[in-house]
Design a protein around this ligand. Structure first.
Ligand SMILES: Cc1cc2nc3c(=O)[nH]c(=O)nc-3n(C[C@H](O)[C@H](O)[C@H](O)COP(=O)(O)O)c2cc1C
Length: 184
């Protein structure tokens, strides 16, 4: 399986590291695009260099590499996940504003009816933002807020990250036991 991962400049880049670690263990081919702001937010939040993300990916790209193989619909990706997804990137996807590699690839997923999961991180949400998210859902994308559940009784931050990674893997069809499923 080949997936494209977009990382935009929202908070929650620790989720990205956790998710990429799971995909690497599962031997999934990952094509990771890092926006300029993602790089800055990642380094501020995690006190790590963006190289730590790059080590987990099969291949990495900047958001300006519009001539990358993945910018063409002839690249047969199975799906795309944007984690975390900023309000800006989501709004661009909703309006087919494909000026970056992340938004270009996301538009290809919508055009070809492939899985597109946007893991939005923002709170609270404005009216205009809600309107753009609704459009993404109407056009076939999945809007997945980064809001982990607590029924598995998490004790560590990594439990919350594993919950999000597991939910995303469920959405794109990767079998996993990353989080505690509900049992009565
Ligand atoms: C430390 C920091 C945290 C941020 N967190 C968020 C966030 O959680 N959600 C969001 O939509 N934007 C957030 N932003 C603002 C985005 O980085 C900004 O809108 C940027 O233009 C997004 O560009 P991109 O989507 O191309 O990465 C944050 C910025 C900084 C500096």
């Amino acid at each position: 399986m080949k997936v494209i991962i977009g990382i935009s400049g929202a908070s929650g880049t620790n989720y990205t590291i956790n998710f990429l670690t799971h995909l690497k263990k599962q031997k999934i081919e990952t094509h990771v695009i890092v926006s300029e702001w993602a790089e800055k937010v990642f380094e501020k939040e995690n006190n790590k260099k963006v190289l730590d993300i790059k080590k987990l990916a099969t291949k990495t790209y900047t958001n300006k590499q519009m001539d990358a193989l993945i910018a063409s619909s002839s690249f047969l990706a199975d799906g795309m996940i944007i984690i975390p997804a900023s309000v800006k990137t989501c709004s661009e996807i909703a309006t087919a504003h494909t000026g970056t590699l992340i938004t270009r690839c996301a538009d290809i997923m919508l055009r070809y009816k492939k899985s597109l999961v946007v893991c939005l991180r923002e709170t609270p949400l404005s009216g205009p933002c809600l309107e753009q998210l609704t459009k993404i859902a109407q056009y076939g994308g999945i809007v997945m807020p980064l809001s982990p559940g607590f029924y598995g009784k998490p004790t560590e931050i990594s439990d919350l990250e594993d919950f999000i990674s597991g939910k995303v893997m469920d959405l794109i069809g990767i079998a996993n036991n990353s989080y505690t499923r509900w049992k009565q």
